[in-house]
Ligand binder design. Structure first.
Ligand code: R5P
Length: 289
């Protein structure tokens, strides 16, 4: 088995290869002057079982195109199998036609990835795991809660409450809560489908004097976390920590969350960020060892 660290995941891909004791084949890549993507595999992959590690953020459209080019090229150059590992899968939130005429983006992308020749697909904390049923090939979601819980265990949390800011991410809070032996629950969030404005309601959580850990699959603008943080701080939480699987952190997100009183924000390294302290490579390597 060989590992190909894609241009979007050089560090994670290399760590996966190191942990597996597998050979790496690197990818040369550049942009043409008109913005088109160029990729070239630097060594032979003929007859090999390939694990390709390539995330899709930042620049999701470009990274997705590279993913398709890589899968197709690997198969075209004779790889026996291509297992695509996409630590963060972009477009996963557009999993439904919320308004008439909308693209169901994640399903369209999964069809393209399979069509490119992918034999197996893996991702981490996909926004809605059920959308993997678009694939007819093997497709699996890995749970970051495993590495997140280990990290939190070392933080000396006091009487922690693990909170999901909405019902959709409750499964993450449940897995982390069960792993830490901590109470967990969720707030309710609604989003205006036109303006994107969110409202978070949270009556049920007794946060007084406790360390509250808000878990979510991703942080984009930070609005969801900021709203949940304000509620638990007003409810008397001692310390509020946010932890996410995918810290996209668009401009202003960090400041927005800190402005709401958040004490600390953490993420995995599924995408590059300043807060990605929790490595996902052990999770991926374990899957293929
Ligand atoms: C949506 O339901 C996701 O799970 C996240 O809660 C959401 O996408 C975070 O976005 P933002 O950081 O912009 O509030």
């Amino acid at each position: 088995m060989i590992v190909v660290p894609g241009p979007a995941s050089p560090k994670v891909g290399q760590s996966v290869a190191d942990l597996m004791g597998a050979k790496k084949v690197m990818v040369e890549y550049k942009n043409f002057p008109d913005g088109e993507s160029y990729i070239r595999l630097a060594d032979s992959v003929a007859g090999e079982d390939v694990v390709l590690v390539h995330t899709t953020y930042p620049q999701p459209d470009k990274r997705l195109l590279e993913l398709l080019l890589l899968v197709d090229t690997l198969k075209d150059l004779g790889a026996s199998t291509v297992r695509a590992v996409v630590p963060y899968m972009a477009y996963a939130r557009q999993d439904t036609r919320f308004r008439d005429g909308e693209a169901v983006s994640i399903r369209a992308l999964f069809k393209l990835i399979e069509k490119a020749g992918c034999d197996e697909f893996y991702t981490i904390d996909l926004h809605k795991e059920g959308t993997l049923d678009t694939f007819t090939i093997k497709a699996k979601n890995l749970y970051a809660s495993e590495v997140i819980s280990s990290y939190l265990r070392g933080m000396g949390l006091e009487n922690p409450y693990i909170l999901s800011p909405d019902r959709g991410a409750l499964s993450i809070a449940r897995r982390v809560g069960e792993s830490l032996g901590a109470e967990y629950g969720n707030f309710e969030k609604t989003r205006d489908r036109v303006t994107g404005a969110i409202t978070v309601k949270g009556e049920k959580v007794d946060a007084r004097g406790r360390d509250v850990v808000i878990t979510d699959d991703l942080i984009s603008t930070g609005g969801t976390i900021a709203n949940a943080c304000r509620i638990v701080k007003e409810g008397g939480a001692k310390r509020v920590i946010a932890v996410c699987s995918h810290p996209l952190l668009v401009a202003g997100a960090y400041e927005r969350m800190r402005g709401a009183g958040l004490d600390e924000v953490l993420g995995t390294d599924s995408v590059d960020s300043d807060i990605g302290k929790i490595p996902v490579a052990p999770l991926i390597a374990k899957e293929f060892r």
